[in-house]
Design a protein around this ligand. Structure first.
Ligand code: SS9
Ligand code: ZN
Length: 341
């Protein structure tokens, strides 16, 4: 099985995030991708660099103004005499105007970001673009006839929406892969998000569409990030009504309840009868994950892979979260094994 990886991920580094009242080093580190890469190499996966897919392809999913902002914000931050990491500090909450995009840098940041856990450093744009290209390259490989391909995306993507970033995510790699498959002729595409956190960005992007099904298993947003989306009553809107399925699960969820929810998710995907599948593959459901609260063990990841592979669909697997760095390679390759040739 082909795995797409770019060394450029490493230029997105050195960030700090606001976590429980303190600025701490980000949980989302370059080491994560290096450990996954090493596990892929020892597992015999064929590692490829992404194709030079034109940036215009990003506009199939993201707003042009947002893409321009992400590309330029770090240089602007420095040009205005600020130092270090770009972190927003104020957001248009209820009662404030969200129709205005202030021209100043602090207001622009609050307008395009939705949290303070996603620093922008000098290399963030290059890494995010490389990750998006990894996902679209994996989609291209599957569109060309491979049964499955894996994109080692870093930074991750599922929290990034059409014109907002947050949750360590800047460009929505999985949504770009799903749209790529649509544009290459797949009539319907399903996105299955198994990251611990709800994929609010992917949900928003496809919210009003009936050609892309979004199904997510995640920690209950009553207590878990991103808190303001991912509830079971969110089912899509307009033509897209019924094409979003959220399965929030309580903290402490182990394999039995997880496996049952996964069966529900897979049944919905079978009913939708897509031509292809994109998996937002987070392994922060692991019991030792430092920011999550499910209780899956390493032996459960091959079972997840087998259940998903049993759909028999052409499948693009896109890396999302997973912050228990020591086991991240084992857990990811555990899922991928079910798709290996
Ligand atoms: C939880 C803070 C969470 C963002 C987590 C993003 C995960 C991406 N107290 N910060 S997969
Ligand atoms: Zn996550």
């Amino acid at each position: 099985m082909k795995a797409v990886h770019s060394p450029l991920h490493a230029v997105h580094d050195g960030g700090v995030e606001l976590y429980r009242g303190a600025l701490v080093p980000t949980f989302e580190t370059p080491e994560r991708a290096e450990i996954i890469r090493a596990a892929l190499e020892s597992g015999g996966y064929e590692l490829l660099e992404p194709r030079a897919i034109p940036e215009s392809r990003l506009l199939r999913v993201h707003e042009a103004e947002f893409v321009d902002f992400l590309r330029g914000v770090h240089a602007r931050w420095l040009a205005e005499g600020r130092e270090g990491h770009v972190i927003p500090s104020g957001f248009p909450a209820r009662g404030l105007r969200r129709d205005r995009r202030p021209s100043g840098i602090s207001g622009s940041l609050g307008y395009f970001a939705f949290d303070a856990s996603s620093p922008i450093v000098a290399g963030t744009w290059d890494a995010a673009l490389a990750a998006a290209r990894c996902a679209m390259t994996a989609a291209a490989i599957v569109a060309e006839g491979e049964r499955a391909a894996y994109a080692l995306c870093r930074p991750p993507g599922h929290h990034a929406a059409r014109s907002t970033y947050g949750g360590y995510c800047y460009l929505n790699n999985a949504a770009l892969a799903a749209q790529y498959l649509r544009d290459e002729g797949c009539a319907r595409v399903a996105v299955l998000d198994v990251d611990y956190h709800h994929g609010n960005g992917t949900q928003e992007i496809f919210w009003e569409r009936d050609d892309v099904l979004f199904v997510s298993l995640h920690g209950d947003p009553e207590t878990e990030y991103p808190w303001f989306m991912g509830y079971a009553d969110e089912r899509g809107f307009g033509r897209g009504e019924g094409c979003t399925l959220n399965l929030p699960l309580p903290a402490g969820t182990g394999w039995d309840a997880y496996g049952a929810a996964l069966d529900t998710a897979l049944a919905a995907i079978r009913r939708f009868a897509p031509a292809a599948l994109v998996v937002s593959l987070g392994v922060d459901t692991f019991t030792a994950d430092p920011i999550s609260a499910f209780k899956l063990e390493s032996r459960h990841y091959p079972l997840i892979g087998e259940c998903i592979a049993a759909l028999g669909l052409p499948t693009v697997l896109v890396q999302e979260g997973g912050y228990a760095v020591a086991e991240i390679g084992t857990n990811v390759v555990g899922v991928l094994g079910a798709f290996a040739d």
